[in-house]
Ligand binder design. Sequence first.
Ligand SMILES: Nc1ncnc2c1ncn2[C@@H]1O[C@H](COP(=O)(O)OP(=O)(O)OP(=O)(O)O)[C@@H](O)[C@H]1O
Ligand SMILES: [Mg+2]
Length: 238
Amino acid sequence: MILLDDVTLTYPDGDARVTAVDHVTLEGRPGVVTGITGPSGSGKSSLLALAATLIRPDSGRVIVDGVDATGLDAAGRTALRRERIGIVFQQPQLLPSLTAREQLRVMAELGGRGRRERRAAVQGRVDELLDAVGLGELGDRRPAHLSGGQRQRVAIARALVHEPRVLLVDEPTSALDSARGATIMALIARLTRERQTATLLVTHDLVHGDALDETFVVTDGRVNVGESASRGGRGNTP
Ligand SMILES: Nc1ncnc2c1ncn2[C@@H]1O[C@H](COP(=O)(O)OP(=O)(O)OP(=O)(O)O)[C@@H](O)[C@H]1O
Ligand SMILES: [Mg+2]
């Protein structure tokens, strides 16, 4: 579960401050893909950065899996991210010198389960995830030898390797053609169900809206009640 509770975020802007997120309340629940959409500059990435505990809100609370991140110091927030949050950025941000399998293994070893896992257990989890994203055969390739869509799959698998409760995804399809984009969105929807992550997904267009269980529209930093569209059914409050 992830809850943004009445969060506001401002950035310095000369002598003044610009409000990027304005008293937003938004919840992501296990097994549900919550879409965040809206025009460029409306505050979508800022919302995601707040959810990721990468920036602190000026006011309001960010609750990750029951833990109030706003009460934690930087080290505490880093630990929280390592244990409970998976992040997929717009650009996959893979390490060029590592193979797909190694990208996941490094994350599994960094990602804190708070105990040393046996190498074989890590390897098993890594291989299972590569299979789950359809890259079982390509684990030995480096990013330069993968397509854009395949790199994005590696990034998704890497974000899940420490088994986070919360998955945050920013514009995963923007570098892909629409067919590949649809596949990535369907993949995220499937993994969200299978792994019961609370998934927040930012997208500036709703071409792939089918993969979203509900959608919040952000305008000028605000999520207006009533503008939140929903396709109903699973996960939504009746
Ligand atoms: N680091 C920063 N410093 C100052 N202002 C910023 C910073 N990051 C974002 N902003 C401003 O905050 C507002 C929201 O930006 P944000 O990146 O969250 O929008 P977005 O909805 O993700 O846009 P896009 O669809 O273009 O990615 C914008 O007015 C932007 O100019
Ligand atoms: Mg953005």
